[in-house]
Design a protein around this ligand. Structure first.
Ligand code: NAD
Length: 288
């Protein structure tokens, strides 16, 4: 397929490279010259105009920082510029309301569109092992699926437009809460004189089992290897976790959902991110 890819940053760069590896012809557009130079090295054709990148393609993929940018890019450069009949895939993490609004505009102009945010960080984007949670009609999902398969290990149809973003923010709210809970339990065990490694061995095989403990242990030298063992460098940045928690709390408010722990997690990450936004989100354990 001929595919336009807009937003080739930390995540989009690797994703576009995987589309090329899968045999697709990729037209790359980004505001950053460095991102475009990398895309060129990875076999993409590069463009300095988003509309030109969208000309003649069968699909458009976007991986952009936030909802405001996604809306502007679709309204100004994609809708009405990509050929009628192209399928549109927004893989950015954005608010549910904007995702639904952009899809409605695209559908009104005759396009099929999905919101398809990802789970997995930069390593998964580079390795082609992302999980995509997809919102959109059955037809849009069926058309988007082969494009997403080339960049991920799992592609799941979550429901109608916006359902992908809903799944993403609910998942990440759960992750934030479980990480703080794991960190609290590990530090308390230590304070009470229990060897943290013993606590890990016991709890990871007991009802405390969870991804934060078992697959991402937040204490250095304990449990599995994780960003904690690299001084909390790399991994999933605190600033990005905070972005997702803000989106989750916005959605909780508009939907009337009760999320006391999600709200408290956001407050803790707001305070922590002021000076530590670049550290992996498991570094929140340092505050306990
Ligand atoms: P990034 O900042 O590295 O990349 C974003 C890219 O978009 C940049 O290259 C930037 O120049 C480009 N851009 C900005 N405005 C543009 C415009 N108007 N037109 C064209 N290009 C534009 O961010 P990232 O880490 O790649 O994240 C992208 C998205 O993926 C975000 O929504 C983020 O929340 C989500 N995400 C990131 C991770 C992660 O671990 N980094 C994990 C899951 C989801």
């Amino acid at each position: 397929m001929k595919i336009a890819f807009i937003g080739l940053g930390n995540m989009g760069g690797g994703m576009a490279a995987n589309l090329v590896k899968a045999g697709h012809a990729v037209n790359a557009f980004d505001l950053s010259e460095e991102a475009l130079a990398n895309a060129k090295d990875n076999g993409c054709a590069t463009f300095t105009d988003a509309r030109e990148a969208c000309a003649g393609v069968e699909a458009v993929v976007t991986m952009l920082p936030n909802g405001g940018i996604v809306k502007a890019v679709y309204e100004n450069d994609v809708i009405g510029h990509a050929p009628a009949g192209a399928v549109l895939l927004d893989c950015s993490t954005i608010d549910v309301a904007t995702a639904k609004e952009v899809t409605a505009s695209a559908e009104a102009a005759g396009y099929d569109m999905v919101d398809a945010p990802v789970s997995g960080g930069i390593a998964a984007a580079n390795g082609g092992t992302l999980t995509f949670m997809v919102g959109g009609t059955e037809t849009a999902f069926t058309r988007a699926e082969p494009v997403l398969q080339a960049m991920g290990k799992a592609v799941i149809h979550a429901g109608d437009a916006g359902a992908g973003q809903t799944a993403k923010i609910c998942n990440n709210m759960l992750l934030a809460v479980s990480m703080i809970g794991t960190a609290e339990a590990m530090k308390m065990a230590e304070k009470l004189g229990l060897d943290p490694q013993k606590f890990y061995e016991i709890s990871s095989q007991s009802s405390g089992y969870c991804w934060s403990l078992n697959a991402y242990t937040p204490l250095p030298g304990v449990g599995v290897e994780s960003p904690a063992d690299k001084d909390y460098q790399g991994g999933f940045a605190t600033a990005l976790m905070l972005k997702d928690l803000r989106l989750a709390m916005e959605a909780a408010e508009t939907s009337g959902a009760s999320t006391p722990l999600g709200k408290h997690a956001q407050e803790l990450y707001e305070a922590f991110a002021t000076e530590n936004g670049g550290l992996d989100f498991s570094a929140i354990i340092k505050t306990l």
